[in-house]
Design a protein around this ligand. Structure first.
Ligand code: SF4
Ligand code: SF4
Ligand code: FES
Length: 512
């Protein structure tokens, strides 16, 4: 361990700790910086993180210095503040200062550090600034404003070190130096929007989010991406019931600080025009009360031939479906359609399995079936087919088997399954409910509700509890908390009501 005194405070740090990180711990906030990023190599180019180390002739950059026993460091004295101010001024010499029309305003490193360390009157006239290209589309998701770039090289290092695609580079020299993509290429890797996250200014912005909302109007709720089995931890930024963007939420056990571009776009499904927002009775939109009579017949004791869960539904929803099926004396159960959601994975984050909760089905001992087998089971079942989530009838074999059957579908989107069902019950989408997904590592990942449900849609767990009550269960669980207690007890899981608010834990027996 190294004893280091930072701003008069003596602390111990492990050998090999970067002085930048030691200072952040001692100060309770990071040093000013543009180029340092804990998940990328150190570039040491912005010079903003300079501190005074006693015994050293000049100020030193903390990001490229390691702690040493006996070090005495000053981060807030006038010498350090003056250096930060001068360097900021240098970064701002050619900056357009177009904050009022910049998407980054409100979460911009340059703005924040100017307010903390700058606060000088610029002596550079706007007309004297070097003009560079603005609003240049450099890929399917990203727009570049070269004038706003502070040449921190984070985006370059991301493309070299994380995606290893190398699209970004710094070209030319001196005040003509500028960021860009190599000629003839575009920033088209599947993780390109992470460069927008790590760009400390508004030089790289998201084409999807551009001019949609000022960031200070957004509320944030932690969530789990439903885009594949990895289950990246995300932050859902929303306002007035609409999601505007997803950002990665650091979880070193799952996704580190990143997420893929496809996952960023899954929020669009929540607001899709195909959302089921009201119950349907033989295709007609009706009130909840209007489906009771048919449900009483279709879901009477002994009348359900097969109940089918889904790797897209939460752990709680599949658990309640199983409980309801048992209560109704259902002939059989299936976990749903295996391989309905296959895509292409990679060795960064994306999993070829596009469903978020397949491991959850395993915990509940719900076996999935391929389309032919599931269709066969549907064909052989006598009685109602009760389907939860997804769109299993998108598989032609399943659609053919469902023809002429009594079908009840609890789901979120219109599609082949909803079209074949006598009764459709509109459930909440992933961002409109709380729940647990079990990712590919077997980690139980808890997420809260972020936004309100549309129109007459109800939480799916509540729809299933209502059916349990209608089926005569004496004390059906009155809250999601109670559902989780029952689930925890039934399957020997860690207490689902005490999962960490941010992060996730391995399920018993889950490989991690
Ligand atoms: S575009 Fe952003 S991340 Fe890339 S070098 Fe410029 S300021 Fe840094
Ligand atoms: S890797 Fe999977 S879980 Fe992660 S953001 Fe992409 S789609 Fe979502
Ligand atoms: S953050 Fe240390 S030199 Fe840029």
């Amino acid at each position: 361990m190294a004893k280091v005194t930072i701003d008069g405070q003596e602390m111990e740090f492990a050998e090999g700790t970067r002085l930048f990180d030691a200072c952040a711990e001692a100060r309770g906030e990071a040093l000013p910086h543009f180029c340092y990023h804990p998940d990328l190599s150190v570039a040491g180019v912005c010079r903003l993180c300079q501190v005074e180390v006693e015994g050293m002739p000049k100020l030193t950059i903390a990001c490229n210095t390691f702690v040493r026993d006996g070090m005495v460091v000053h981060t807030r004295n006038e010498k350090v503040r003056k250096a930060a101010r001068q360097i900021l001024e240098m970064h701002l010499v050619n900056h357009p200062v177009d904050c009022p029309i910049c998407d980054q305003a409100g979460e911009c490193g340059l703005q924040n550090q100017y307010m903390t360390y700058g606060l000088y009157e610029s002596e550079v006239e706007q007309a004297d600034k070097v003009n560079k290209a603005k609003a240049e589309v450099i890929g399917p998701h990203v727009i570049l404003d070269k004038e706003r770039c502070v040449l921190c090289s984070r985006c370059v290092r991301f493309c070299e070190e994380v995606t290893k695609t190398g699209e970004m580079g710094i070209f030319n020299r001196g005040d003509r130096a500028e960021i860009g993509v190599a000629p003839g290429t575009e920033l088209a890797n599947e993780y390109s929007l992470n460069t927008v996250d790590i760009c400390p200014v508004g030089a790289l912005t998201s084409r999807d989010f551009r001019f949609q909302k000022r960031v200070w109007m957004l509320k944030s709720t932690p969530g789990v991406c439903p885009g594949c089995a990895t289950g990246c931890n995300v932050r859902i930024d929303h306002e007035a019931g609409r999601i505007f963007r997803l950002k990665p939420r650091r979880n070193d056990e799952v996704n580190g600080p990143w997420m893929c571009d496809r996952g960023r776009m899954v929020y669009k499904d929540v607001h899709d025009e195909d959302r089921l927002t009201t119950p349907l009775l033989r295709g007609e939109a009706v009130a909840w009360a209007d489906v009771e009579e048919d449900l009483a017949r279709l879901l009477a004791f002994g009348s359900v031939g097969l109940a089918v869960g889904s790797a897209r539904a939460t752990l709680e929803e599949n658990f309640l479906l199983k409980r309801l099926a048992e209560r109704l004396g259902a002939g059989e159960m299936s976990g749903g359609l295996r391989d309905a959601d296959r895509g292409v994975g990679d060795d960064i984050l994306q999993d070829a399995d596009r469903a978020p909760n397949r491991r959850g089905l395993e915990i509940l001992d719900l076996a999935e079936h391929d389309a032919v087998t599931l269709a066969g089971r549907i064909g052989n079942a006598s009685g109602t087919i009760l389907l939860l989530g997804g769109d299993p009838a998108a598989a032609p074999e399943v659609a053919a088997a469902l023809q002429g059957k009594d079908v009840v579908f609890v789901g979120t989107h219109a599609g082949a399954t909803a079209a074949l069902a006598q009764v459709v019950l509109p459930g909440a989408a992933w961002a409109e409910t709380a729940g647990v997904f079990v990712n590919r590592q077997g980690r139980l990942q808890d997420f809260p509700q972020a936004i309100a449900r549309p129109d007459r849609a109800r939480e799916t767990w509540r729809i299933l509890v209502e059916r349990l009550a209608a089926a005569g269960e004496d004390t059906p669980p009155a809250s999601l908390r109670t559902v989780r207690l029952l689930l925890t007890e039934a399957h020997g899981l860690p207490d689902l009501n005490s999962l960490p608010a941010v992060g996730s834990v391995p399920a018993a027996g889950g490989a991690d």
